[in-house]
Design a protein around this ligand. Structure first.
Ligand code: 4UV
Length: 555
């Protein structure tokens, strides 16, 4: 059977630079040098501080010497753990200048989650929000490599450094004199620039090795395939977390590569987002489906001038045609486009441009340049137009692999360099794609990843749990999946009465809530069952649990 490779009919990028990501962003040969250094690159959406392109470059080069003074070398790993901020931005760029791999971590992580990322990534230095120090201290007993105080840097200005944290330096306090950036040439463009954590199609969170070349290819592909931004005209809303690949590449970096400022906001908070749109005349926003629901239900929207906004891109989880149409009716002046991708692809593989979306509600768009795609049916053959198949993609933005985990890398790649996404799509004869199902284990809570295997592993440590299976259940009113646990209690749990069962469910949910980031809580409930459906080889049959969940919903 011949492979079907869908030609996206886009022009190829001029030249994919044989350079490191920092040289692409700031190097003498970089096409980005055409933008004036006085242009704002990042604006603090709360206090209005501006970081210009020139100021950012200066800060990067000063961080190079600061890192060297601490003994941090090229290809060492720095963990970056905090909410979006100008300090976060300066650290990410400065590490790239120093050739240091950045491993961004979710702000909401609990102790064992950050410990896992620090241990697995081998990070030797951490930059974190001052508010996270208690959580970091709680994690220390699980962290294999001790962190001396000088390798714990606070993401705040010296003025905002809490007095009780005097033993640590604030970001600004470790900067030195300007130093030379590191250059990545030849095969070094396959060195790892970022290590974001993703469960991929199965199992626990793994470090995704995103190379310098993955990033430069992705950004060039986006700048050809997604033509929304123009320097001097646009300003972008930066609320999605930059620690997640969607926030990192498309929100945090892409505007910089087209000379467009990003308004940095720490998290989605209705009033601060609406006022930032009004104050900074934001023209383009990147969001996730639950934000559409919040905006549709908001009584505050009419009190703000949102007329500057032209486009919103939504992604990271499914957006139904109905939700998309409700948004367009409520905000007729804002064009809603969709994007689709995953950590392993750096991330965008599909996107739709504003001019093309009419009549396409619910579709994710067309394939980005540089990618090739197949839809492969359950029988292992290429799907015809309109027929369902798992999306396989290949191209220069597909990750190098999972760190320390060649088996997982091998499992997710098919011969010929195809990455098997675990999503089921259809396509039409115009080259448009739609996501219709997900066959991988992953649960998405408001765009954040929840790995069922991780929650199952934790829940099995509870002394009253004999067996467990976790799935996501769809909650229309919030436009998201919610994690739900099906649990077989140990006989010793003694759950004969209704009250005892109720107390057990609450105990399990709160026990887990104490151990995980808030997006992983069992918001979809705890269901007591007698057995967990398993295949002969012992694999949990999540499909059967999903059928059961549907029956419970319909009952
Ligand atoms: O690895 P990850 O957490 O990555 C993401 C990336 C989201 C992006 C990427 C590029 C965009 O342009 C954009 O708008 C959003 O979330 O999770 C990857 C999985 O999330 C689901 C799908 O199951 C992926 O394999 N997913 C991502 N986008 C969509 C989606 C979408 N538009 N519709 C349905 N599911």
């Amino acid at each position: 059977m011949p492979e079907v490779i869908y030609d996206p009919n886009y022009p190829a990028p001029d030249v994919l630079p044989e350079s490191g990501f920092y040289d692409y962003l700031f190097g003498d040969e970089s096409p980005l040098g055409k933008f004036d250094k006085s242009l704002p690159a990042y604006i603090d959406g709360l206090d209005g501080r501006v970081l210009t392109r020139g100021g950012l470059e200066n800060s990067c080069l000063r961080l190079v010497s600061g890192l060297r003074a601490l003994g941090v070398q090229r290809n060492d790993v720095a963990c970056l753990w905090g909410l979006n901020s100008l300090e976060w931005a300066r650290t990410a760029y400065g590490c790239l200048a120093a050739g240091v791999t950045v491993s961004p971590a979710n702000y909401a992580y609990a102790a064992h989650e950050i410990a896992h990322q620090l241990n697995d990534s081998g990070a030797g230095i951490i930059f974190l929000d001052p508010t996270l120090i208690p959580m970091f201290d709680a994690a220390r007993k699980e962290i294999k490599r001790p962190f001396s105080n000088e390798r714990v840097i606070l993401l705040c200005t010296p003025e905002r450094k809490p007095k009780e944290l005097a033993q640590y330096k604030a970001f600004e306090e470790i900067l030195g004199a300007r130093a030379e950036p590191e250059h990545f040439t030849g095969s070094q463009i396959r060195d790892t620039a970022f290590l974001c954590y993703s469960s991929g199609t199965t199992g626990l969170p793994k470090g995704v090795m995103t190379t310098h070349n993955n990033m430069t290819s992705q950004l060039q592909a986006l700048n050809i395939g997604y033509e929304q931004l123009e320097s001097g005209r646009d300003t972008v809303l930066g609320i999605l977390p930059y620690s997640h690949i969607y926030g990192l590449t498309i929100v945090f970096f892409q505007p910089f590569t087209v000379g467009v400022p990003l308004v940095v906001l720490p998290r989605f908070e209705e009033i601060s987002v609406l006022s930032a749109i009004q104050k900074f005349k934001i023209t383009h926003g990147l969001i996730v489906p639950p934000i559409i629901i919040i905006l549709l239900n908001s009584s505050n929207v009419d009190n703000y001038d949102l007329s500057s906004v032209r486009t919103f891109m939504v992604g990271a989880a499914p957006t139904s045609p109905e939700l998309s149409e409700s948004f367009s009716r409520r905000f007729p002046h804002i064009t809603l486009t969709q994007g689709y991708g995953m950590t392993e692809c750096s991330p965008t593989t599909h996107v739709c441009n504003g001019a093309e979306v009419a009549g396409r509600a619910g579709w994710i768009g067309r394939l980005l340049p540089t990618f090739q795609a197949r839809l492969v049916t359950e029988d292992g053959v290429d799907a015809a137009h309109g027929e369902r198949g798992e999306l396989w993609v290949r191209g220069p933005s597909v990750m190098k692999g999972y760190l320390n985990n060649p088996e997982a890398t091998e499992k997710t790649m098919a011969p010929g360099g195809w990455y098997k996404t675990g999503d089921v799509l259809i396509t039409d004869d115009q080259g448009w794609y739609k996501v219709v199902d997900r066959v991988k284990e992953l649960i998405k809570y408001k765009g954040f990843q929840v790995a069922p295997a991780e929650l199952e592993g934790l829940l099995l440590q509870h002394d009253k749990v004999a067996d467990v299976g976790v799935i996501g259940v769809w909650e229309e009113s919030q436009a998201t999946e919610l994690p739900r646990a099906y649990i077989v209690p140990k006989p010793s749990a003694d759950l004969k009465s209704g009250a005892a069962r109720e107390a057990f469910r609450a105990e399990i949910a709160s026990w887990l809530a104490d151990r995980v980031a808030q997006h992983k809580r069992l918001r979809g409930g705890v269901v007591i069952v007698e057995t967990i459906p398993k295949s002969p080889s012992g694999k949990i049959l999540r499909k059967d649990l999903r059928v059961r969940a549907q029956a419970e919903r319909d009952a």
